[in-house]
Design a protein around this ligand. Sequence first.
Ligand SMILES: NC(=O)c1ccc[n+]([C@@H]2O[C@H](COP(=O)([O-])OP(=O)(O)OC[C@H]3O[C@@H](n4cnc5c(N)ncnc54)[C@H](OP(=O)(O)O)[C@@H]3O)[C@@H](O)[C@H]2O)c1
Length: 237
Amino acid sequence: MPDGARVTPSAQAPVLLITGASSGIGAATARLAVAGGHRVVLVARRGQELSDLVAELGGEQHALAVACDVREFDALRDAVARGVGAFGGLDGVFAAAGVGAVRGFRNDDLARWRAVVETNILAVALTIRACIPALQASNGHLLLMGSVYGRNPAAGSLYSASKRAVQALAEAARLELTGDGIRVTLLEAGTVDTPFFDNPQADGLHADDVARAALWALGQPPHVDVSQLVIRPTAQH
Ligand SMILES: NC(=O)c1ccc[n+]([C@@H]2O[C@H](COP(=O)([O-])OP(=O)(O)OC[C@H]3O[C@@H](n4cnc5c(N)ncnc54)[C@H](OP(=O)(O)O)[C@@H]3O)[C@@H](O)[C@H]2O)c1
């Protein structure tokens, strides 16, 4: 969308930091959030994709790109500081960065297993830790991206185990942080047609569908904590 097509956001426009914003669910959430009047801090490793998305979203009044590997705590802390510096604070954080592994205990690449554990578990905990001061200052909202495979593991799937851990991280964070006025939501999705898969998922949800669910949870009034939200394609058992 050209720059002129967007209204300049006010200094009160809510600010949402999204990890995994270079692709799929994270990018779709950034688009929907900015269309709804948010400003966004876009975090992922691929800086060019983030810069392209900032331009698409109308420029730096609306969006800030921070190339960052979420497995690195110092880089995450810097991303938060840059977001706070640019926009004055953070009202929400959507931890959507994640990677998959689908070949099972016999065949999965071992480096991939390490990436799954480091990205889907450790990095989510690091994201929570890096964001607490900013969310505490704003009575903000933390949204963690889980999966229905965290509820119902698939055969041979370390990915499922990692998303089961995200369930526990969400509940553990909720118990620790709601006393500080920070709401916590676990968003679990079934199959979503994104670059997460090598092949199109014709019966899957669209990234937009998950983005709408995320924005719905974030849009509830401060006294409402949507603790868990599960969204599946109608065709998925
Ligand atoms: N697609 C599904 O069916 C589905 C279903 C349920 C849940 N989920 C979850 O939804 C989330 C988003 O997945 P998606 O479907 O949108 O997949 P995607 O299109 O592959 O997006 C994954 C995102 O994670 C980022 N990422 C991965 N490793 C990272 C790292 N070390 N540091 C920073 N960013 C990193 C990627 O950015 P860079 O490569 O640029 O770093 C990318 O932006 C994941 O947590 C996934 O597990 C997906």
